[in-house]
Write a new protein. Structure first.
Length: 598
């Protein structure tokens, strides 16, 4: 189970016994490592079902369980009420209760000089004494809740290649990245995610457009980690020094932005590990190292580790130390590349040992794979997870998928982080959707999920050309070359993205996932949903058709007359009851984000 600072853990249990005695139960909880348990009485709901909640206030792990017992005093109180309602003589019952109650109450019950009604009122107001330990039953398991920073639940990520941070097309540095922090902050992002910043191998280096052979001057893929200058604990020399990196981290914090680093546990053929630890890699029959493959794709510039090698322990400890190294330089957020291709046992050991020492650290799992594997990684310790959002584009697909993410039991441990694009994924919807398509996907990502991100500036500048028809790869992908971006272009979506992130910050309903509800609207191209937190009710309507104006009538669980304020497009409207007319134009603003004024 995952929570963030200040949230509630609600515990429910079925509690019952044989016979007719009254039962009592409580939640026991404590911060991991504390000796004493705190106790919260559980309230009866119905049909032997009980519930209680406790608030988590510290980063790290909480333990909790349920204790129950049959309570003779509660049984006596219950029966006393029944006898009183039947008009029976209670004198003998008061004496029985005096033996069961605490001393002060017992004296009142034994006092025959008091009238029966006074003794009865005292009996009902009395609290039962705590039972002796041997009369209680405790649930056989001690459960855990992992408590993380609020940014694990609510964040906005901006991905940027630092080498493309200059306007003149030359190789950028960390100092150049620092100059772009105001740009990132103006758009409202609080996480700046950098792809690998390490030296890039020269052997088998990929050229532009993933060409097998690089031309002179080709910079290669940042995920081909390692060269003569070092590996995972080194910085690409053209990006600057460690002092420059530390400067970027400090400047980002001034803008309330945290730097996130990509951790990819793989190497180029030139990584120092290859020569220093040859047993860490799997060999083919001809003695060469097996490079990475995902048929039909081949990654000749990347060597995967053999996590089950004869030097497994040494390898695992070294890889964990990569996280430790960058945590020591002030990095608190990591995006982990392809964790599903590494052993579950490694992540269980690595992430939990890191979180014991550094409970403030957040890990994002980049695992586009089968659902059960994604969920297993989340249970093993990843704070957030990429999703299938990119491939969910129709009304039924979006409603079904996000209902699962927000309302099923998996929400207790699986936190979605929703991206409309990545350097690897340019979906056909964006390729063909034009400006309206990009805006619609941004609105969906920013309001369906509390964690969202974009790969920029490709997104705000609406980069939409694929490498070839049917491909999700970008034409002249930034993975293999330095890009010169016109960030201040007049048609940039930076302004509308800034508005979306401001709406998210100002409306608590959009800062968590669990209140999401989908509602009827009589047009298959329109998606309607709400989120709510206290008095803050947000209604979102999105036109999923990027080429045509679409309209429809809503079916909302609201009554009477009320005002809605369009936070995205501007304007105020008076609505009435459940049915109201919506018309959305993809060539202006293809969505409403409405705050209901009640």
């Amino acid at each position: 189970m995952k929570r963030v600072i200040g949230e509630e853990v609600r515990v429910e249990a079925d509690v019952f016994t044989d016979g007719h005695d009254a039962v009592a139960c409580q939640v026991l909880y404590r911060f991991s490592g504390d000796r004493d348990w705190k106790r919260v009485p559980m309230a009866f709901l119905q049909n032997d079902h009980w519930a209680a909640s406790f608030r988590v206030e510290r980063l790290g792990r909480y333990e909790y369980t349920v204790r129950a017992w049959t309570d003779p005093f509660l049984t006596w109180q219950r029966d006393l009420e029944k006898r009183h309602a039947a008009g029976q003589d209670l004198s003998m019952d008061f004496l029985i209760g005096a033996d069961l109650a605490l001393a002060e109450v017992g004296r009142v019950l034994e006092n025959r000089t008091l009238d029966a009604e006074a003794r009865y009122r005292a009996a009902l107001a009395a609290k039962p004494p705590l039972p002796p330990q041997e009369r209680t039953v405790t649930y056989e398991r001690t459960l855990e809740a992992v408590v993380e920073p609020v940014r694990a639940r609510f964040s906005a990520w901006y991905e940027m290649f630092p080498r493309s941070s200059r306007e003149d097309g030359q190789h950028g540095t960390f100092r150049d990245c620092a100059k772009l922090l105001p740009y990132v902050a103006r758009m409202g992002f609080d996480v700046l995610y950098l792809p690998p910043i390490h030296p890039i191998g020269a052997s088998a280096r990929k050229g532009r457009n993933n060409a097998v052979h690089a031309e002179p001057g080709d910079v290669g893929s940042p995920w081909a980690i390692g060269a003569k200058e070092g590996g995972h604990k080194a910085i690409h020399p053209l990006l600057g020094s460690f002092d420059d990196f530390d400067f970027l981290v400090r400047e980002a914090e001034k803008q309330q932005i945290q730097i996130a680093l990509d951790v990819a546990f793989q190497t180029s053929p030139d990584h120092p590990y290859v020569n220093e630890h040859p047993k860490w890699f799997r060999r083919r029959p001809d003695g060469t190292v097996q490079y990475a493959e995902n048929p039909p794709k081949k990654y000749e510039d990347i060597y995967p580790f053999d996590f089950d090698s004869a030097e497994r322990q040494l390898l695992w400890e070294e890889l964990r130390s990569v996280f430790e190294f960058w945590i020591g330089r002030g990095v608190k957020i990591f995006r982990v590349d392809n964790p599903h291709t590494k052993p579950f046992a490694f992540w269980d050991w690595c992430l939990n040992s890191l979180k014991q020492k550094h409970p403030e650290v957040i890990f994002l799992s980049e695992a586009f794979t089968r659902p059960r594997i994604m969920h297993r990684l989340a249970k093993l310790g990843f704070s957030q997870s990429y999703t299938y959002f990119t491939w969910r584009n129709t009304k039924p697909e979006l409603a079904e998928y996000f209902s699962e993410l927000s309302a099923s039991e998996s929400r207790e441990y699986f936190r979605p982080n929703v991206w409309p694009n990545t350097p690897d994924i340019l979906h056909a919807y964006l390729q063909n959707g034009g400006r309206g398509g990009f805006i619609a996907r941004a609105v969906l990502a920013a309001t369906l999920a509390a964690n969202w991100g974009i790969y920029g500036p490709a997104f705000e500048l609406m980069e939409a050309r694929p490498r070839e028809p049917g491909s999700e790869e970008y034409f002249y992908s930034e993975k293999y070359e330095i890009k010169r971006w016109e960030r201040e272009r007049a048609d940039s979506l930076a302004g509308i993205i800034a508005r979306l992130n401001r709406i998210r910050r100002e409306n608590p309903a959009l800062q968590s996932d669990w209140s999401l509800r989908f509602h009827g609207i009589d047009n298959p191209q329109l998606l309607l949903y709400t989120k709510e937190a206290g008095d803050n009710l947000i209604v979102v309507a999105v036109n999923l058709d990027p080429h045509r104006v679409q309209s429809g009538w809503t079916d909302l669980p609201l009554s009477g007359s009320y005002e809605v304020h369009d936070l995205l497009g501007g304007g105020r409207f008076t609505w009435s009851g459940a049915r109201n007319y919506v018309e959305l134009n993809p060539f202006t603003v293809p969505a409403h984000v409405l705050r209901v004024i009640r």
